[in-house]
Design a protein around this ligand. Structure first.
Ligand SMILES: Nc1ncnc2c1ncn2[C@@H]1O[C@H](COP(=O)(O)OP(=O)(O)OP(=O)(O)O)[C@@H](O)[C@H]1O
Ligand SMILES: O=C(O)c1ccc[n+]([C@@H]2O[C@H](COP(=O)([O-])O)[C@@H](O)[C@H]2O)c1
Length: 278
């Protein structure tokens, strides 16, 4: 691990880490706007089409309702140290997110910084993005070559924002940092009352953008894991490259299902029985 001294903070990087920025739009299309990078933090175990769609919804929202220009989008899978049922290794989760972004998008990237080290709070993750984008890369440029700092913003579903009002989950100082300094986009999610979820966050209202889902889609990683355990198909709920990866690596299936799949495979590769003449 190596340490990097930021303008105010010190960040610890995993071994061989380099910040991905190959799809970052370094020159703004419209110089009158504010450049924004979206960061979605979560388990992504596994990543679904809904996770990817959140970015498209936020970009549409920005085009029509704000003076923000989205110059990049990142999924930041959480560390293995985050305790949650069904959390597969960071190795697999980062790989699946990378396959998903490569297979389906021209602007989404995966940052493995958080995944391959000790647990990092979301406030620290956003600081890391701010440091890499603005201090290391030097932000972006306008059409006439002027420098602009990128604004980092959190992208999350309303269930995650709901946890921000639950006592003991987030520190007040971190909430002030995340919502006061950076701001966020919240994607409405079935089962969460958005007013209730944001009730206690009123003081940061000016920095919280709520995006309705015009086509209701409640795919969740939990449901996908459940389908896989029951041997049901998850095709068309996730990018096909991710479905193939899950199948090839026998992920999310319990021991009994693995044994059954092996028996099936063996019986398919066995020589067909010759007909015995009567
Ligand atoms: N169907 C959905 N609608 C809106 N937001 C979603 C949806 N699915 C996931 N998200 C958001 O994506 C982010 C990452 O989510 P996460 O990886 O926890 O997925 P999940 O499907 O909620 O997982 P799990 O079912 O394991 O809890 C969170 O901010 C979450 O709120
Ligand atoms: O920073 C915090 O205090 C904090 C408190 C609760 C949750 N989070 C982050 O929120 C995300 C939750 O992901 P998930 O899969 O549990 O919805 C994950 O990235 C966590 O690191 C972060």
């Amino acid at each position: 691990m190596s340490s990097t001294q930021g303008s105010e903070k010190q960040f610890t990087n995993p071994a061989n880490y380099s910040f991905p920025h190959h799809r970052l739009n370094r020159i703004m299309r419209d110089s009158s706007k504010t450049p924004v990078v979206l960061v979605a933090c979560g388990s992504f175990s596994p990543v679904t089409y809904l996770h990817l769609r959140m970015f498209e919804m936020a970009r549409d929202y920005c085009r029509h309702n704000t003076d923000f220009e989205i110059v990049g989008g990142y999924l930041s899978p959480v560390s293995d140290q985050y305790v949650k049922p069904g959390l597969l290794s960071a190795e697999h989760r980062v790989k699946m997110c990378t396959l998903a972004a490569e297979d389906t998008s021209s602007w989404l990237m995966i940052d493995p910084w958080e995944a391959f080290q000790s647990y990092q709070r979301t406030a620290v993750v956003l600081d890391h993005f701010d440091y890499e984008l603005n201090t290391v890369l030097g932000g972006v440029q306008t059409q006439d070559g002027k420098h602009r700092n990128v604004r980092v913003m959190l992208l999350a579903g309303s269930d995650l924002i709901g946890t921000m009002s639950e006592p003991g989950v987030w520190s007040h100082e971190d909430l002030d940092h995340i919502l006061g300094r950076y701001g966020c986009f919240i994607i409405e999610r079935a089962g969460t009352d958005i007013d209730q979820a944001t009730d206690n966050l009123a003081r940061w209202k000016h920095n919280i953008h709520i995006i309705s889902q015009l086509i209701q889609n409640d795919v969740s990683s939990t449901k996908v894991r459940l389908f896989l355990r029951r041997g049901l198909s998850v095709r068309y709920l996730l990018p096909s490259a991710v479905v193939d990866y899950i199948e090839q690596n026998n992920l999310y299936v319990d021991e009994a299902t693995i044994a059954e799949k092996e028996r099936e495979r063996e019986s398919l590769t066995r020589e067909p029985k010759k007909k015995v003449a009567a």
